[in-house]
Design a protein around this ligand. Structure first.
Ligand code: FAD
Length: 341
């Protein structure tokens, strides 16, 4: 793929915020190119073949997404109509530190039958994307790796943006010293779905009873040292594959950032104990997210300076898929306005 030219707005980062930003710019007729260091777009909407030689992908990043914003609702509805996304459930299990379980209702959670990454693929259609392109510097001008651009967007977690921005840029001070927490996601593949009819330890209303109408789907695990969330990947994806994904606590992740596989044993032990499983997983896979979520949101929904360097992503509000989409979309429109498009 050719390099961007100076008439392009350059979006660095092909997660949902960067791709949404590029889509908003392209929608206004502004030439835009997305530079993504991975071989595919998606970022933390990550659906990977696991095990590597399996045909089936597993969602290792976001567990699901929610929809509040009216415009994002229209996007989600379009995904639903075309089979990309489905409303999954508004009721998830919750495990308290005292060992009790309950079912909690909340907003509808949406998932993607072919993996959440396909939603970013869909938003990226017809856009100019250079994947496998790692940017190393963004400077005044603005420039990207020394080449002039019309405007530059950094659509990524603050610590990643901080590495690229020249200190002279105001955006550098916006992203400096922002704390983000890590997560290690562990996928656990089993021989069969033994958790369908569970009698959960310490439960006064066992999910085993409720599961004739309600599956486990996902469980928030509160106050546990190792695990924050357990999701049923087969249930959310609709194929009922015997696969769970557990998200570690930040505390557990910090101990294994140099060796994510080291988190597998404690996370598997926690899942086995929490769900009262008698089977061991047939396979496991660990994925490290060094910057899974921000400790604190920024004020506002994006940042755009006079030097035409913009920042967007899920750090600009509640750290969710929807926030990232909205932040990128609004920034794209603001840049188009600034450029008179
Ligand atoms: C474990 C986990 C669980 C989550 N669960 C949920 C959930 O249940 N519901 C929900 O709504 N949200 C959830 N989220 C959050 C959600 O995934 C994010 O809000 C959203 O995906 C952020 O998108 P983004 O575009 O802002 O950032 P990212 O997806 O991080 O995209 C940034 C992109 O920039 C690229 N990049 C970085 N540096 C460079 C460089 N130098 N050059 C080129 N490219 C670069 C990266 O490769 C990446 O593709 C979860 C996240 C994690 C990690």
């Amino acid at each position: 793929m050719s390099a961007p030219d100076e008439q392009d707005v350059v979006v660095v980062g092909g997660g949902i915020s960067g791709v949404a930003c590029a889509r908003a710019l392209a929608g206004r007729g502004t030439p835009v190119r997305v530079l993504e260091r991975a071989h595919r777009v998606g970022g933390r909407l990550s659906s990977k073949p696991v095990p590597a030689d399996a045909g089936r992908v597993v969602d290792l990043g976001a567990a699901y997404f929610t929809v509040r914003d009216e415009e994002f609702a229209a996007v989600a509805e379009s995904w639903r109509q075309r089979g990309f996304a489905v409303p999954w459930t508004d009721t998830l299990a919750s495990r308290e530190p005292d060992g009790s379980w309950s079912l909690k209702s909340g907003p509808e959670r949406w998932c993607a039958p072919a993996g959440l990454r396909t939603l970013v693929d869909d938003l990226a259609r017809d856009l100019r994307i250079s994947s496998g392109h790692t940017v190393t510097s963004v400077g005044p001008g603005p420039t990207v790796d020394g080449r002039a651009a019309r405007a530059v967007v950094l659509a990524m977690p603050d610590p990643q943006a901080a590495r690229l921005l020249a200190p002279a840029l105001r955006a550098a001070s916006v992203v400096a010293d922002r704390a983000w927490s890590p997560v290690i996601s562990v996928a656990l593949g089993y021989g069969h779905r033994s958790w369908e009819h569970l009698s959960l330890p310490g439960s006064s209303s066992p999910i085993g009873v409720l599961s004739s109408t309600l599956r486990l789907r996902a469980a928030f695990v509160n106050g546990h040292p190792d695990v924050d969330l357990i999701a049923d990947d087969g249930d959310r994806r609709g194929d009922l594959a015997p696969v769970l994904v557990a998200h570690s606590t930040a505390e557990r992740a910090r101990r294994h950032l140099d060796d994510p596989d080291g988190a597998i044993a404690p996370v598997v032990a926690a899942v086995t104990e929490l769900l009262g499983l008698s089977d061991a997983p047939a396979w496991t896979h660990a994925h490290r997210w060094s910057y899974a979520s921000p400790a604190e949101p920024h004020d506002g929904e994006f940042s755009l300076d006079d030097d035409l360097v913009g920042l967007c992503g899920d750090g600009w509000g509640s750290p969710k898929v929807e926030t990232a989409w909205r932040s990128g979309t609004l920034l794209g429109r603001a840049i188009a306005d600034r450029l008179g498009a």
